[in-house]
Design a protein around this ligand. Structure first.
Ligand code: UDP
Length: 235
């Protein structure tokens, strides 16, 4: 295995599976099984989960809601998804801890960096909920921030597409995929990997990002095995 400690970013939308809203139990189970395979190989796994399948602050604001209020709802949505993922992992026999960036002590541990690292060292999967705990950020930013804090070797962004393309492959049939690309080239070519705040934070801290298709069975393990799956963003 090429990595010892990884941070996996899963979007909330990914959890919808075939559904239009909320959580698809089938998809959740598949993800839990994929993650278990990696844990069984002895890798340390931390996860940041999004909330877009339930609520996004921007969507609330576009309907007249106060943005900060909406973002609080979005952060709570990530905690709901975190609980769902925790439950699915435990059903597969994986030990987990959920840590939240917003205090919700009856439901999740508070985020404590040293404690998170200790859990990882003991082989527990640590799920980070509540994003960064601040409005106006995304869970991509939370993923990069937590990855740096826990000194992860890489951040894996599981998406619906199998990497970074010259243009949107869902719109343009001629789009071709990069196997690797530099942070600077992503910016120069105006490609979209993460929001700018998250992307820049990753670049400044020399944290590589791998974008890959999480919905193809076995892909997570393939990426970690060093197979040419997805696109790696490097310095
Ligand atoms: N959010 C926030 N601060 C954070 C992370 C998330 O306010 O640090 C809110 C924000 O409203 C966001 C929502 O939580 O729209 C869900 O997160 P995100 O959109 O990143 O989820 P994803 O797109 O990955 O499903």
């Amino acid at each position: 295995m090429h990595y010892n400690r990884i941070l996996l970013k899963l979007s909330g939308e990914a959890l919808m599976g075939e559904k239009k809203y909320g959580i698809d139990p089938k998809r959740l189970k598949e993800y839990a099984q994929e993650i278990k395979e990696v844990v069984d190989k002895g890798m340390q796994v931390a996860i940041v989960i999004g909330g877009g399948n339930i609520f996004r602050g921007v969507a609330g604001a576009s309907n007249g809601m106060d943005r900060v209020q909406g973002d609080h709802m979005g952060m709570l949505a990530t905690v709901i998804n975190g609980l769902a993922l925790q439950s699915a992992l435990e059903i597969e026999g994986v030990e987990t801890r959920l840590q939240s960036a917003i205090k919700i002590n009856e439901v999740a541990e508070p985020f404590i960096r040293r404690r998170a690292i200790r859990h990882l060292e003991k082989g527990r999967v640590v799920i980070f909920g509540g994003g960064t705990g601040n409005p106006y950020f995304t869970t991509d930013s939370a993923a990069v921030l937590r990855a740096i804090e826990i000194e992860a070797d890489v951040i894996l962004k599981g998406t619906r597409v199998d990497g970074i393309y010259t243009s949107d492959p869902e719109k343009n049939k001629d789009a071709t995929k990069f196997d690797t690309i530099s942070f600077n080239d992503v910016l120069r070519k105006g490609l979209k990997v993460m929001d700018t705040t998250a992307f820049t934070l990753s670049q400044e801290n020399e944290l590589p990002i791998i974008v890959f298709d999480m919905n193809k069975k076995g892909n997570l393990l393939r990426v970690l095995d060093g197979e040419n799956v997805g696109t790696k963003v490097n310095l």
